[in-house]
Design a protein around this ligand. Structure first.
Ligand code: FAD
Ligand code: NAI
Length: 462
């Protein structure tokens, strides 16, 4: 008899959700976590702390820019950075303790320490070896390195260091105009830093809808961020308090240097599988280091599964959670499933950016006939009242069948609005189905309906 039905390695959104679902399905479950708190990257040094700082800095921005226009007069608040950090920590603590409570409630054993897999059916934590019928690896990811850029997490930082800087820098250089660079760059720009983003490509947020990329960059520029596009960073040179960033412009190979108090390296993340013993086990991995899995999330070694950031696909907490639930069901002999075509992506800047499904660019490449319905937030009464009328909703539907293929939103509440389109797509809805659904007035969601109307006989307010 094995000690457990399933041992999960890693208690991030993939691992902890998987553990809860396994326990709910009646499996004797343990979860190994080496950090001092549960919740993984997301709750400790990712989604949650970054959203706390985005929220706080947005409130400051509102006070500085919009309060007086609404007749709310008086001095703007000043920033108490220590208190803002304490607020962020409180948010982390309530969330990580919440997961600990759920583990207790569901009778999941937390095996504290770093786990390895000496052989299929066994997990070693410290000096103890636990036997198990199944192992699910949910070991997550870590920031990718860039040659010539030495991270000290004080002056040259990854997102982890950027979330807990000793003080707000006067000058910050962000390497990479992706999700992390723009979210955390926005935080420090709102808090008063002079932020320059250096990006290798010619557009920000690669892979995103082209219209959104342009509008997003324009809005961020208006908010004070400076962009240097088409620039390859060569190296950084840092002292204890300052750094220089050397880069080459790709168009003419000219060399340039930027001074900074803090440099944030945000050029992507890679799977974290150190110390698991995968090579000795013969677990197959891709060229990019991701653990290879089949449709049931099982690796090539029977009884060993993998989910979340350490496998292929978007590195998103909700994708990891969905895989966690589905893999748990597979292990319990059920039929877990993830619809990879309907996984939303959200950037929590102001305005927010959200997308799901196909882009126009991808459909053109695939030579598929499509139509586009677009509605500007300028025609939405609620957005105008809230000084949030920059941006749009764009819905892409199949030209023949009207079935919704994708959506791209930049504007207020985009991260919430996208989900009605996700549900519609999950049910195979047409743009007309969405357009025929009554939407309350005045809400931002009316812009979604208008974009759906624009796929057919036309939007009303444009
Ligand atoms: P992780 O959350 O990385 O968890 C893996 C856990 O496994 C870690 O706690 C690690 O300590 C543990 N572990 C690893 N190896 C072992 C071992 N051998 N033994 C024991 N424990 C081990 N995604 C979103 O969807 N929305 C966001 O807003 C968002 N914001 C982000 C902001 C930042 C700054 C960052 C860095 C990421 C953000 N992400 C966001 C991405 C999100 O955090 C990840 O996609 C998500 O955490 C992946 O979950 P996971 O369970 O696969 O791995
Ligand atoms: P990213 O992949 O989003 O962006 C990296 C950017 O760096 C790209 O624009 C890329 O072109 C650029 N780049 C790469 N090499 C470069 C170089 N040498 N010089 C200059 N630019 C270079 O990666 P990021 O922002 O580090 O985020 C990592 C992961 O974390 C993402 O996959 C994302 O899904 C996840 N995340 C999600 C969030 C969310 O859902 N809101 C928030 C933060 C992170």
């Amino acid at each position: 008899m094995a000690d457990y039905d399933v041992i999960i390695i890693g208690a991030g959104p993939g691992g902890y959700v998987c553990a809860i679902r396994c326990a709910q399905l009646g499996l004797k479950t343990a979860c190994v976590e080496g950090r001092e708190t549960l919740g993984g990257t997301c709750l400790n040094v990712g989604c949650i702390p970054s959203k706390a700082l985005l929220h706080a800095s947005h409130q400051l921005h509102e006070a500085e820019h919009n309060f007086a226009r609404m007749g709310l007069k008086g001095k703007s608040p000043s920033v108490d950075w220590k208190q803002m950090q304490a607020y962020k920590q409180e948010v982390i603590d309530t969330n990580t303790k919440g997961v600990e409570f759920l583990f207790k409630k569901n009778k999941i054993d937390w095996l504290k320490g770093w786990g390895s897999i000496p052989e299929a059916g066994k997990v070693k934590v410290g000096d103890e070896v636990h036997t198990t019928r199944n192992i699910i690896i949910a070991s997550g990811s870590e920031a990718s390195a860039l040659p010539g850029v030495d991270i000290d997490e004080k002056v040259v930082v990854t997102s982890t260091g950027a979330l807990e800087l000793g003080k707000i820098p006067k000058k910050m250089v962000v390497i990479g105009a992706g999700v992390i660079g723009l979210e955390l760059g926005s935080v420090y720009a709102r808090l008063g830093a002079d932020v320059t983003v250096v990006e290798f490509l010619d557009a920000i947020t690669p892979g995103m809808d082209g219209d959104v990329q342009k509008t997003f960059q324009r809005i961020l520029k208006k908010q004070g961020l400076t962009f240097i596009m088409g620039a390859a960073v060569q190296k950084t040179e840092a002292t204890k308090t300052k750094a220089k960033v050397h880069y080459k412009l790709r168009k003419d190979d000219s060399e340039h240097v930027l001074d900074a108090d803090v440099v944030l390296l945000a050029t992507g993340r890679k799977p974290y599988v150190d110390g698991l013993g995968l090579d000795a086990l013969g677990v197959e991995r891709s060229e990019r280091g991701q653990i290879k899995v089949g449709k049931d999330w099982q690796t090539n070694v029977p009884g060993i599964y993998a989910i979340g950031d350490c496998i292929d696909g978007p590195m998103l907490a909700h994708k990891a959670e969905d895989e966690g639930m589905a893999a748990a069901e597979q292990v319990a002999g059920k039929h877990g499933h993830v619809n990879y075509g309907v996984i939303p992506g959200v950037i929590y800047t102001w305005p927010e950016v959200a997308n799901v499904g196909e882009t126009e660019e991808a459909l053109k490449k695939a030579d598929r006939a499509y139509k586009v319905g677009k509605f500007m937030f300028m025609g939405n009464g609620r957005a105008k009242a809230n000084f949030a009328a920059d941006g749009f909703v764009k819905i892409i539907a199949d030209k023949e069948t009207d079935r919704i293929l994708g959506a791209h939103i930049i504007g207020p509440g985009a991260g919430d609005l996208i989900h009605e389109i996700c549900v519609a797509m999950e049910f195979g809805a047409s743009a007309e189905d969405l357009a025929m659904t009554c939407h309350a007035h005045p809400t931002y969601s009316e812009a979604v309906r208008e974009a759906a109307l624009a796929c057919g006989s036309g939007a009303i307010h444009s």
